[in-house]
Design a protein around this ligand. Structure first.
Ligand code: ADP
Ligand code: MG
Length: 741
């Protein structure tokens, strides 16, 4: 392998990332079997791995100060060598480590509380060199104690460089693990070696020059130089931009390319979208449904239905994500999609995340479609039968289940609504035309895939995915990058904004109970949400059962209370839900069973207990249970006592805004991408530098350029080097995971 390198002639084409990934680290001088092993333990096997093992931060020597010049109270970066270390234990088993740092102008005492490992780390640094000691950087605030300068718990970077040679003003600091025992200096010197030895051939840049130019991006070779050995911080920043773009661009090109491949390869259904289409078995079904709604569609709903209609009219299978805030009316849009399938003689399936929701959808759909008939297939045109609508969940009795499955197979069931029971064992459809997956985040990607091949004739149903709450745009582009997106950016008119407050104190909580009583007296209903159902004194979480007892016997005595939690038997759950919906219960004390989608317009108050324990998306969903009519509604978030800074930020954001898209961004900021991406996060682990949070604008740029490059699918052929790189860097199983939909 080393042979690739020995050539002095530069008439060979620039070296590609793929080639670099094909060369093992053992070709480097200074990397023997032990280092190979150490590198392998941190995931570095090839030169490509080494080049993409990026510094975690930089020590900027231009900001370096002489110890003797430091004044009390200033934050300073000190570079020096470790002269001595000591460690002692104090009362309570805590350890104090003290290290003395010298830089020729003076000495600095660094004290570390409760970081016992510093002793080993710093003494190793001291021993590391025969003459001078190993260089370290300390960043912290200067204190002066009895005339001696010191720092407490400074940020430490062991720079290494045992030869004492000062290279460059900006020193990269690589992520290190104690186990691997590789110094940041070694890592830096090896990547420098790769760069030096690549110079005669140059490093290939597979991204079209025009793309780079449009966004002010530097070339790939310069970016690798700039990230590993910048001469200024500005250079490091420019390098980072380019490499961040590379990661995001690769991902987007892969997503877009795969999307086009699926579109080209699968045989979709050309649905009946026009009322006068002779193929219809229920002519004008959709029109009649929409005309029968007690309200006008919002512009956003009309636009969404139009986009879906266009998708359904052509043979390319739809893969669409419907994003809309809580209460924006996604259900009507979903129904429109299902009914389009039905009017053309195909079937529709609606998959909800919980039984409560599936049942609620079934009730609503049956009510809305009561009395609708369709032409019976295979009979004379005059034969009609009622529209077949069935509910299929895990509690469907065996006999009914058999009947429903038979109806799905022979086509007499037109719409099936259910939970994941729909995909548990193979459910056969006569012709599944449209699948709507509600509140997607509860489902895995694999589950989505299961419904895709439900048809025995090989046709692929059209798929509409709806999120429960908005997810950030950048996240949607990344994790749902293989879907088209429709956004419902408008709420139905006449909604009165929900008043949200944070009850910090007992007194404020008491006000909340009074509010509940007042609203119930005025004929409204209320939710009380508790995080856990069983006593868990350790966690000090209100248990639903306890809360129910307490409220029934105290704050809400005299009101009709119901209890709903996940461990109740399904029929009992259903009974409580029905009673609350019909108004024979005033207050529903519940766990997060009510979190998503439950729709009871007369409910005007939601009180969330221990609200600091919930995430933003959950709180926003819970709040969305009220404000579903023209009545004034309230959301009271109860959290007294000390809350964490993150919880405080969440609660404050909830009080500040009701905009789900804005809250989604706050959530991304607070939690980072991993948790926000949920199910699909594994797929983006390939992002080493890029962050969906900090690099939002680059996600947009990458998406836009990927769409432009791939075009209708063949564009990538013009960039073979890029294609090769995608195949290498997006490991097959990872891509599969990302793209299965
Ligand atoms: P979500 O997007 O949260 O799923 P839903 O589909 O449950 O929202 O709709 C919320 C409420 O708004 C429902 O009661 C529904 O009947 C009502 N609704 C939907 N669209 C409109 C509209 N265009 N005008 C008035 N009310 C609407
Ligand atoms: Mg909904």
């Amino acid at each position: 392998m080393a042979a690739c390198w020995t050539g002095v002639v530069s008439d060979r084409p620039p070296i590609t990332l793929v080639e670099l990934h094909g060369m093992g680290v053992e070709v480097l001088s200074g990397v023997g079997p032990r280092k190979v092993e150490a590198l392998r333990s941190i995931g570095i096997a090839s030169l490509g791995d080494l080049l993409t093992y990026y510094p975690r931060r930089y020590v900027d020597r231009t900001r370096e100060r002489r110890i003797a010049d430091l004044a009390e109270g200033e934050d300073a970066l000190v570079l020096g060598r470790v002269a001595s270390t000591s460690s002692r234990r104090v009362r309570g088993g805590r350890t104090i480590v003290v290290a003395e740092i010298r830089d020729g102008s003076g000495s600095l005492r660094c004290t570390f509380f409760n970081q016992p490992w510093r002793e080993k780390q710093l003494s190793r640094a001291a021993i590391g060199a025969d003459d001078a000691g190993v260089e370290v950087a300390m960043f912290g605030r200067i204190e002066v104690f009895r005339g001696h300068r010191q720092m407490t718990n400074p940020v430490v970077d062991v720079i290494g460089d045992p030869r004492g040679g000062r290279t460059g003003r900006i020193v990269p600091i690589y992520p290190q693990s104690d186990k691997a025992r590789l110094s940041t200096w070694e890592l830096g010197s090896w990547s420098a070696q790769v760069l030096r030895r690549s110079r005669d051939r140059g490093i290939d840049d597979p991204v079209p020059a025009a793309v780079l130019e449009r966004h002010g991006l530097i070339g790939r070779a310069a970016a690798f130089e700039g990230i590993h050995a910048p001469s200024t911080m500005a250079e490091a920043v420019a390098a980072r931009h380019r490499l961040v773009f590379d990661e995001l661009f690769r991902l987007q090109v892969a997503l877009v390319r795969r999307k086009r491949e699926i579109e080209a390869a699968s045989l979709g259904i050309v649905h009946v979208v026009d009322d006068d289409d002779v193929r219809a078995i229920a002519p004008g079904l959709l029109t009649r449904y929409l005309d029968g709604l007690p309200y006008d569609l919002t512009d956003a709903q009309a636009r969404a239905i139009g986009e879906i209609r266009d998708d359904l009219a052509v043979s390319v299978p739809m893969h669409r994500l419907l994003q809309g805030d809580v209460g924006s009316g996604k259900t009507v849009v979903a129904m429109a999609a299902l009914l389009t399938a039905v009017q053309g003689g195909h079937q529709g399936a609606l998959m909800a995340p919980t039984e409560v929701l599936a049942e609620q959808h079934a009730v609503g759909v049956r009510r809305q479609l009561d009395g609708v008939t369709v032409l019976d297939r295979g009979q004379t045109l005059l034969d009609e039968r009622p529209l077949g609508i069935e509910l299929l969940t895990n509690r469907t009795p065996a006999a009914a289940r058999r009947r429903i499955l038979a109806g799905l197979a022979d086509g007499s069931v037109d719409i099936v609504i259910g939970t994941h029971a729909l995909i548990q064992d193979r459910v056969e459809f006569r012709s599944l035309g449209v699948v709507v997956i509600d509140e997607q985040h509860r489902f895995g990607v694999e589950q989505r895939a299961a419904l895709r091949d439900a048809n025995s004739d090989g046709t692929v149903p059209d798929v509409l995915v709806m999120t429960a709450t908005p997810i950030p745009r950048t996240a949607a582009m990344t994790v749902y990058g293989d879907l088209d997106t429709t956004v419902l950016d408008e709420l139905p008119p006449g909604r009165v904004p929900i008043t949200t407050s944070w009850a910090h104190s007992e007194a404020a909580e008491a006000d909340a109970w009074q509010l509940v009583r007042d609203e119930v007296a005025a004929g409204r209903r209320a939710y009380v949400v508790c995080p856990l159902i069983e006593d868990s004194p350790k966690l000090e979480v209100a248990s639903a059962e306890d809360t129910y007892e307490r409220l029934a016997g105290g704050e809400l005595a005299g009101l009709r209370l119901g209890l709903l939690h996940g461990r109740m038997k399904a029929p009992d759950k259903q009974e409580v839900m029905d009673a609350f919906r019909s108004g024979s219960l005033d207050v529903l004390v519940a766990t997060t069973v009510v979190e998503v989608g439950v729709d009871v317009p007369e409910a005007t108050v939601v009180v969330v207990l221990d609200a600091d324990r919930f995430g933003i998306a959950q709180l926003h969903q819970l709040r969305g249970r009220v404000g579903r009519s023209d009545l004034q509604s309230w959301c009271v978030l109860v959290a007294h006592g000390v809350v964490t800074p993150d919880a405080q930020a969440r609660l404050e954001a909830m009080v500040r805004t009701s905009d789900g898209f804005e809250l989604a961004e706050v959530d991304l900021d607070l939690r980072g991408e991993g948790t926000v991406l949920g199910e699909r996060q594994r797929g983006v682990s390939d992002l080493k530098l890029a962050s969906l949070r900090h690099d939002r604008e680059w996600v947009l740029v990458a998406r836009q350029e990927a769409l432009a490059l791939v075009g209708d699918g063949s564009g990538i052929d013009r960039c073979p080097a890029l294609a090769e790189e995608l195949d290498l860097l997006l490991a097959p199983e990872e891509e599969e995971f990302l793209l299965k939909s």
